[in-house]
Design a protein around this ligand. Structure first.
Ligand code: NCD
Length: 307
């Protein structure tokens, strides 16, 4: 059976552990993996803008000795002529060995995977899920904190449309004694289905509006997010919300010493550049981990073994 990745829950906790172990080995011994994908091709089908996800996928495949092909806007593909995502995927199955697809419509990568003859990776579907960002986040947390159990995670910003948040909550909810502090304006709270799923699993969470000393006092991780401009229905709401949170030096001064700051990037104004030099700021390291984990993912989905 072909294995796809649509949501982080497609992997069991044990499979995830193995994948993160593999990513760790890749980080330490890159040369061992430099030819494992010789002759293999990755297709990147990006119907929405991307910098990190697409380029880190491409870097990952090139690091493994493979090659890449693809497009980075729906306008330059046959979608413009009316082709369905299922047909596009079926055809690309004839040209590549594995594909990563990003699409503005929730569920489009799933539809594509149903017609595909090769493994399909959801590289972000609308405001729904972004499982490979979650793998990146998990590798970052595991590498820098050494564990998932017992963590208190603050998620701040656009929790309604931020797909990285939805995937991360799903993934972390499987570990013991994890708590969430959800920090957002009322209009941008996590969707009802995400809350229901946390309640069903008895995951403790609280919703707060302010990002201040009290909110941050127990956090092991503060995961900042951008207000998702492209998913707003009107410009006025976006303008009202866009600078709701700004993590600056003054806020970092009252934050716990242990509190790591993560962000999937791109950032707009929600983290001041002056925070970049703070030892707790881990978002650029996080981007680097994204390459190792995508290398591990490609190897895993292709079922390859190091010789
Ligand atoms: C995120 C996304 O595309 O959802 N970006 C990324 O892949 N690192 C976050 C965002 O765009 O805000």
């Amino acid at each position: 059976m072909i294995k796809h990745l649509m949501s982080p829950l497609d992997f069991s906790v044990e499979e995830l552990d193995r994948l993160l172990d593999l990513a760790g080995d890749i980080e330490r011994n890159p040369a061992k993996y430099a030819h494992i994908c010789d002759g293999k091709k990755l297709a990147t089908l990006f119907f929405e803008p991307s910098t990190r996800t697409r380029l880190s996928f491409e870097a990952a495949m090139l690091n493994l000795g493979g090659s890449v092909l693809g497009f980075h806007s729906g306008d330059s593909s046959s979608t413009k002529k009316g082709e369905s995502v299922g047909d596009t995927m079926r055809v690309i199955s004839c040209y590549a060995d594995i594909a990563a697809i990003r699409h503005p419509k929730e569920g489009a990568p799933l539809v594509a995977s149903m017609r595909s003859l090769i493994p399909v990776i959801n590289a972000g579907d609308g405001g729904h899920q972004h499982p490979t960002q979650t793998l990146t986040d998990l590798l970052t947390i595991r590498s820098l904190k050494g564990r998932f159990n017992g963590l208190t995670i603050g998620l701040c910003g656009d929790l309604k449309f931020g797909r990285t948040v939805h995937s991360l909550i799903d993934a972390l909810s499987r570990y013991h004694d994890v708590r969430f502090v959800l920090i957002s304006p009322e209009e941008l709270q996590v969707p009802g289905y995400v809350k229901e799923s946390m309640k069903a699993k008895n995951i403790p969470f609280e919703e707060v509006v302010r990002l201040d000393e009290t909110t941050m006092k127990d956090l092991d991780i503060l995961y900042m997010t951008r207000v998702q401009k492209e998913r707003f229905f009107n410009e006025e709401d976006y303008i009202r919300m866009k600078d709701f949170y700004i993590l600056d030096k003054a806020k970092m001064e009252v934050a716990p010493d242990k509190m790591l700051v993560l962000h999937p990037l791109p950032r707009v104004n929600e983290i001041s550049v002056e925070v970049d030099d703070d030892p707790r700021a881990a978002y650029f390291k996080q981007a680097q981990y994204g390459v190792y984990v995508r290398m591990a993912l490609i190897i895993t989905l292709l079922g390859l073994e190091v010789a």
